[in-house]
Design a protein around this ligand. Structure first.
Ligand code: SF4
Ligand code: ZN
Length: 727
């Protein structure tokens, strides 16, 4: 069904247009347009038409305009004809069809207004208000929005009837795992109630009313970055928003005409508005603009009209649970108890056992519980998870074990980092005050494992020990298992296996993207190894990870097989004909949007550089991570650029066709530190580059321009100059 057909369904009798609402929306549009024109004219008077404009940290110019019309605005004067055009599309007849165009014009107006505000330095500068959200944030969190890791997006503006009600609604949404954008006084109301908001909670307090446009430009950039939809393809962008971004608007308190016009902008994108104001029938549009004064019902109704269903099961624990808490950190002062992280003995282990060695559904705690220790304690920790399943394989133990990290962090007030015998856990005072115990920690892991892996797990039993002697004994057993697994991993090479695996998970938002995952090349998100893909195929045989029987190769050095070509061609909707696994210069793998790092060539020094999602600064190829991601993301094959998972750098199959790691001339310090921890030195020795090769690679302390790094590379005898010419 096209978008226009969907709208047509809501007002079946064209003579029954909601005149009252449409009148206000029209008036609001005129006000918004005039206001934008006034601000723009004044700005031109003060700064001139040549004045550079733009938002910070984005490669997408003024994103709403970029998406909808394809115009890449960089100067103030360029906005004049754009705004004129938008004013000309405002027709006076009060119909729902026209209202969506008013909405579109209002979005343009809001973007112009905010552009001028940024030019004048009037954006919010104090925390927690965020203003414009840069591309790094879109890339980090936007993916959860379009791949539906989060169930939906709530844009809330206005002022709730009182602060406790505001808190209740936001708590409800957070508990369900929503991404939230906030505008207007509700932000103060939530702060008054000590609700935790900010990037860590994927609840963004944008600013005042016009800053709502930053939720809009965030959503549009997701279409560009993850959907691979070219700038200016207006209908495709709208379609992407409606299909992938499950958003709705909650409008609290007094409505003015401009707010109503802005709601038409949301409707133009496919997002309904629900308001808490009691409204007559001709002040509403069925399915799109509706009234629900009852705060107990408003969220459920908004979800219903946007078609959002929760698949999450209820877990019997006293704290909230969901991806909204994934980024939450627990500082020392907020912590009730701490375990592992070098402070105490700790480990976590998933172990496959026989059918008669397990009591399904049992959670046992051995040693002191949280209700018997003082605040600020440290405890040893042993997490033993026994699993049994007819289709379980010992190869999958590590796959399940790494999920502990995500599951644990989903708990509000529970924080987890690292893995195996390096794991580190904190529980907050808040969680403890709500009654959280280690038993609940076990319940949470048990429930999530069962929920996410029903195909390979039939029985789960969790034993948590906090008793020193028990933990120490368990640690010895755990280390023996880790060793066995590591030995097995070492024996897995691209040559030694029969099958590679596809990953099509990112096609939900990058429709032509295909990852080919081999034992020696992890998926570019870093989260899907060959073993993960294999396990996932067992879990859902028709799912995103399919075996690709390797067969004979066409090119050993570049890594091309007939089988992978055939698979990729079909899976990329006949867009990618050939792909090489071991080079970035010739038909490289496509890049979606969730790569951990990006490689790009630096032709001047015959080398290549890498930058990471964590590094926001400039790089020697003249682009930041965001700009690079804009160049090669969205499921494109871009020779000379490629997204990768970090651990691919440690692989013997790291672009051998291009000279391997010897090609690397620059990377951020942060990535160097990561590689040091992963024994990159051994890789360098194996390649005959010497154990100090990492020190020959430049980083941001050396410089971020080709000139700055060239001298450094020459002084340090970097091998790049002796390699075959890259191009
Ligand atoms: Fe799968 Fe590749 Fe997406 Fe990772 S980046 S989820 S491996 S398609
Ligand atoms: Zn991806």
């Amino acid at each position: 069904m096209s978008m226009e057909e969907i709208y047509a369904d809501s007002i079946k009798d064209p003579s029954k247009q909601p005149k009252k609402l449409l009148r206000k929306a029209y008036d609001g549009t005129i006000i918004a347009m005039s206001y934008a024109e006034i601000l723009l004219n004044r700005a031109i008077k003060d700064f001139g038409t040549e004045q550079q404009v733009g938002f910070p940290d984005t490669a997408y110019h003024l994103p709403v305009i970029t998406c909808l019309s394809g115009e890449k605005v960089t100067k103030l004067g360029e906005l004049v004809p754009i705004l004129n055009r938008m004013r000309n599309q405002v027709r006076t007849e009060l119909t729902f069809d026209n209202a969506r165009l008013w909405g579109e014009s209002t979005l343009y107006a809001a973007e112009v207004i905010e552009t001028v505000n940024y030019l004048r330095g009037e954006e919010p500068k104090t925390k927690p208000w965020t203003g414009f959200l840069g591309d790094p944030i879109v890339r980090k969190h936007g993916i959860k929005m379009v791949d539906w890791t989060i169930p939906g997006v709530a844009v809330i503006l206005g002022r709730a009837k009182d602060s406790p009600s505001a808190k209740k609604i936001v708590d409800n949404l957070m508990g369900k795992g929503f991404m939230i954008f906030l505008c207007d006084e509700i932000i103060e109301q939530l702060l008054e109630e000590n609700v935790k908001i900010g990037e860590d909670y994927i609840a963004f307090p944008l600013g005042n009313f016009t800053q709502i446009i930053h939720a809009v430009n965030y959503a549009f950039r997701a279409g560009l970055a993850f959907g691979g939809i070219p700038a200016g393809e207006r209908e495709n962008h709208r379609d992407y928003q409606r299909r992938r971004v499950r958003a709705f608007v909650l409008q609290f308190g007094e409505r003015d005409d401009v707010k109503i016009a802005a709601s038409m902008g949301a409707i133009f994108m496919g997002f309904p508005t629900v308001t808490d104001q009691p409204l007559s029938e001709d002040d509403q549009i069925p399915d799109w603009y509706i009234s629900e004064p009852d705060y107990e019902k408003i969220v459920a109704l908004a979800m219903e009209v946007r078609g959002i269903k929760l698949t999450n099961i209820e877990i019997p624990i006293p704290v909230n649970f969901g991806p909204a808490f994934e980024g939450e950190s627990i500082r020392k002062g907020d912590m009730f108890v701490e375990m592992g992280g070098g402070r105490t003995t700790a480990y976590e282990l998933v172990h496959m056992v026989g059918a008669d060695e397990i009591v399904d559904g049992q959670v046992t705690v051995i040693g002191p519980e949280l209700d018997s220790i003082p605040e600020g304690s440290k405890l040893p920790l042993g997490i033993n998870i026994n699993v049994y399943g007819r289709k379980m394989q010992s190869d999958f133990e590590g796959v399940l074990e790494r999920r502990i990290h995500y599951f644990a962090n989903y708990g509000e007030g529970v924080w987890h980092v690292a893995q195996r015998d390096l794991c580190w856990v904190r529980v907050s005072k808040d969680a403890r005050a709500k009654g959280f115990l280690m038993k609940h920690f076990g319940e949470l892991l048990l429930a999530k494992l069962k929920q996410e892996f029903p195909a390979i797990i039939d029985r789960v039993e969790v034993t948590i020990s906090t008793d020193q002697a028990t933990v120490e004994a368990g640690l010895i057993r755990a280390r023996a298992r880790y060793q066995t697994r590591d030995d097995r991993m070492k024996s897995l090479t691209d040559e030694s296996v029969e099958d590679f695996y596809s990953c099509l998970l990112c096609q939900s938002f990058a429709p032509n993207h295909v990852c080919v995952v081999s034992p020696e090349r992890v998926g570019l998100c870093g989260a899907v190894s060959w073993l993960d893909a294999k396990a996932s195929f067992e879990i859902s045989p028709n799912g995103p990870n399919q075996p690709i029987p390797k067969g004979a190769s066409l090119d050993d050095l570049k890594g091309m097989w007939q089988s992978t070509n055939d698979f990729v061609y079909k899976a990329s909707n006949n867009t990618i004909e050939e792909v090489n696994l071991y080079t970035l210069m010739d038909k490289p793998m496509t890049s979606c949007g969730c790569f951990e790092a990006i490689m790009a060539i630096v032709p001047e020094v015959n080398g290549l550089m890498l930058t990471t999602r964590e590094h926001s600064g400039m790089t020697p190829c003249g682009m930041t991570f965001s700009a690079l991601a804009g160049t090669c993301g969205g499921g494109l094959q871009t020779p000379g650029f490629m997204g990768i998972g970090r651990t691919y750098l440690l692989s013997k199959k790291f672009i051998p066709a291009d000279g391997g790691i010897a090609r690397i001339v620059w990377m951020p310090k942060e990535l160097k530190d990561f590689l040091r921890g992963q024994d990159f030195a051994q890789r360098a020795i194996d390649e005959g580059l010497g154990e100090d090769f990492l020190d020959k690679i430049a980083d941001e302390s050396v410089g971020t321009t080709v000139e700055e790094i060239t001298a450094f590379l020459e002084e340090n005898g970097h091998p790049c100059f002796d390699l075959e010419p890259l191009m």
